[in-house]
Design a protein around this ligand. Sequence first.
Ligand code: HEC
Length: 175
Amino acid sequence: MHFSFLEKFGASILIVMWLVWGSHTIGNFVSPEPAKANAIKIAGVATTTTAKVEKKEPQDALVLLAKADPKKGKKTFGKCKACHTTDKGGKHRVGPNLWNVVGNKMATGSGYSYSNALKGKGGEWTYKNLDAFLKSPRRFAKGTKMTFAGVRKATERADLLVFLRTLSDSPKPLP
Ligand code: HEC
């Protein structure tokens, strides 16, 4: 067989057209796949977002108490030392001595003159109350004399709470 130039040319045009049509058809077959892949991607994004929310710092230090470390709390207490002593029978400074504070009635350390704001609260220093007070003293007891911004990180507050707990001859059980 012998093809003329025109025949070859015609054939190659046909082949090119067939290829274009073919890839288009294949494309149609393939296209549902990327859609699925996108759905998976979207689902993936959704799961990472929830994971992020779960990893976010819990606002409540109480759930962290079991894992909290009194030694770290003692270090964090460096922020409080200027105003508070922690030894049994220790002196009051700007703030009251904190021996046996966990579980004790609020604002009842003997020989210290508390603000009316704290005296007026009239509850006990449960872990929950201490957590709220240390997070934001002013929000907990508006008008408190404790001029301290508060400890924002829940993990730090948890460490502080288990440290404060050790300041006693009979530490109060954790909640
Ligand atoms: C600038 C001084 C200052 C700093 C810093 C400070 N406190 Fe106080 N704290 C006070 C004063 C003043 C009071 C008394 C508040 C009142 O009567 O309203 C107080 C009260 C308290 C009480 C209540 C005690 C009671 O007998 O009812 C606790 C508990 C306490 N502080 C813990 C802490 C901890 C823990 C820190 C560190 C994270 C800290 N404070 C940092 C000044 C301070």
